[in-house]
Design a protein around this ligand. Structure first.
Ligand code: ADP
Length: 488
């Protein structure tokens, strides 16, 4: 079975968040199950060095304003199709934002081109490789199902995965001419969203199947509180919607072999975490307080992630004798808040504003607990890394966080099932309470150790979820009732 992934980022090449981790990891797990996945993504400057090693499998002299070619490259165990279109992607800085922090003015072209090229491969193949399934990820790939439905030729079936419904890719209705979206597509059942072209909306409306990254988030998406205006459409697609939980790459994230750690460890040698903690204390300017829990946060600094609430409870956290190491970038106001906290609570709160993959590993290896107080969280990955590293997750009871962390209730602690802490709702009061619970349990060394071991035993690999994707693809290929070339 051949599957084309289309996405705007892919680890380890280009990453701004969890989407990249997933796009980089699932194909490897699917390969083990006999599924041949190729990943199409833009050739941003970060991947330009790879272009030399590839072969050109398609080209155009005029592709939405400039020359473009598709280079087939094998790197880091992945088969990539890099869309090299310098007029769209060869620019410095963020892959989504310009120097002023605004969306690139031509994002509709940049990601519309990605979808056009993806559809081209789906419809005509490259050499003797033609996908059976097109798998679009997030809004940047949302027009793939549109182009496939518009085509007169037989097209592969398509699935879109929603990694975060908050990012929808909305553009002025005039872009549909340049993007080649047929007029009959511009209806509210298909591409139109309140007078605009909605990339994610289009994908959800027109893909044969829709998935999201956890069962709880799949349910939440039907609710106006989480559906971000698309809850009605989600409800309409309910019978085609599945929540397939994300996993993590357990080779990259392995405390026994992770080169970013000062000292490697397993569930039998958890005392060695102390050496990583020491390293972390030095990096973050924290004083040594061995008897007190060290919390960490590795995150985008946004209100989605609830980090404005964390700022409010820092005095309580410090008062309880706990410490915090935070790494992140995001909203300027939240960044400033944490910079100030670094001064105000020197020695107890250490913050580094920036993006640092290697340091994020050390944080999992050296902290006692990882805080994820998100207001909504489609799946979340840092709590999964926490489980794998015996760094107990402290999470809001929402989305994938609710699905992956077993709360330390008295019953769960007694039965040895507990792997972390859940709280709800995301409020100052509840966050203070859960931090107190963590501090309390941390003093019970035996209980803490058995929770760490339960966390490290918890399956976080891609095994069963890759199987679920494969089954979905098989089901789509068998189902003659879908994608018969007609619009739904
Ligand atoms: P989201 O995709 O919403 O940002 P996830 O938890 O799904 O959240 O994934 C975030 C990913 O990005 C994780 O792999 C996390 O370790 C990483 N990450 C987030 N911020 C940083 C940072 N400042 N430095 C390094 N890695 C980060």
């Amino acid at each position: 079975m051949k599957v084309l992934f289309v996405a705007s980022e892919c680890a380890p090449f280009v990453k701004t968040g969890g989407l990249a981790d997933v796009v980089g990891a699932v194909p490897k797990a699917l390969f083990e199950l006999g599924v041949d996945v190729r990943i199409m993504m833009p050739a941003y400057p970060a991947v330009a060095p790879l272009l030399k090693s590839g072969t050109t499998v398609w080209h155009s002299d005029e592709f939405l304003g400039g020359k473009a070619e598709l280079r087939s490259v094998r790197a880091e165990g992945l088969d990539l199709l890099l869309l090299d279109a310098p007029h769209l992607y060869d620019r410095p800085g963020s892959i989504y934002l310009d120097g002023a922090g605004q969306d690139w003015h031509d994002n509709h072209l940049r990601f519309g081109a990605l979808c056009r090229a993806g559809a081209e491969v789906c419809l005509n193949g490259i050499g003797d490789w033609k996908p059976d399934i097109a798998h679009a990820h997030d809004w940047q790939a949302g027009l793939i199902p549109v182009y496939l439905k518009q085509a007169n030729a037989a097209a592969p079936k398509s699935v879109i995965t929603i990694h975060n419904i908050a990012f929808q890719g909305l553009f002025d209705s005039s872009v549909r001419q340049i993007l080649g979206i047929d007029d009959n597509m511009f209806t509210h059942e298909r591409v139109e969203y309140w007078g605009k072209v909605g990339f994610l909306k289009s994908g959800i409306a027109l893909a044969d199947k829709v998935t999201t990254v956890s069962p709880t988030y799949a349910n939440e998406l039907l609710d106006p509180e989480f559906g971000m205006g698309l809850e009605g459409l989600m409800d309409h697609r309910r019978s085609d919607l599945a929540g397939i939980l994300n996993g993590i790459d357990v080779d990259t994230w392995n405390p026994a072999t992770d080169k970013a750690l000062k000292r490697n460890y397993t569930s039998r040698s958890l005392k060695r975490k102390a050496e990583n903690r020491k390293q972390l204390e030095d990096r973050f300017g924290l004083s040594s307080k061995p008897g007190c829990p060290l919390f960490c946060v590795v995150s985008r600094l946004t209100t989605q992630k609830g980090l404005d609430v964390l700022l409010e409870v820092l005095p309580d956290l410090v008062e309880q004798g706990a410490q915090l190491a935070l790494l992140g970038t995001g909203d300027p106001a939240i960044e400033d808040g944490f910079r100030r906290a670094n001064e105000q609570f020197a020695g107890s709160v250490g913050t580094i504003i920036g993006y640092d993959e290697e340091l994020s590993h050390l944080m999992q290896g050296g902290s006692d607990a990882i805080l994820v107080p998100s207001r909504f969280e489609p799946c979340g990955l840092t709590q999964l890394y926490g489980l794998r590293y015996g760094t107990l997750p402290v999470v809001a009871r929402t989305g994938g966080l609710a699905d992956t962390v077993i709360d330390a209730t008295p019953e769960n602690v007694k039965s040895g099932k507990a792997t972390g802490f859940q709280f709800a709702p995301v409020s100052k009061q509840e966050l203070v309470k859960v931090i107190a619970r963590v501090c309390d349990l941390y003093q019970q060394e035996d209980v803490w150790l058995s929770m760490q071991r339960a966390a490290m035993r918890y399956p976080v690999d891609w095994g069963s979820s890759a199987q679920a994707y494969k089954q979905l693809y098989e089901q789509m290929m068998d189902d003659q009732s879908i994608n018969d070339g007609n619009l739904k």
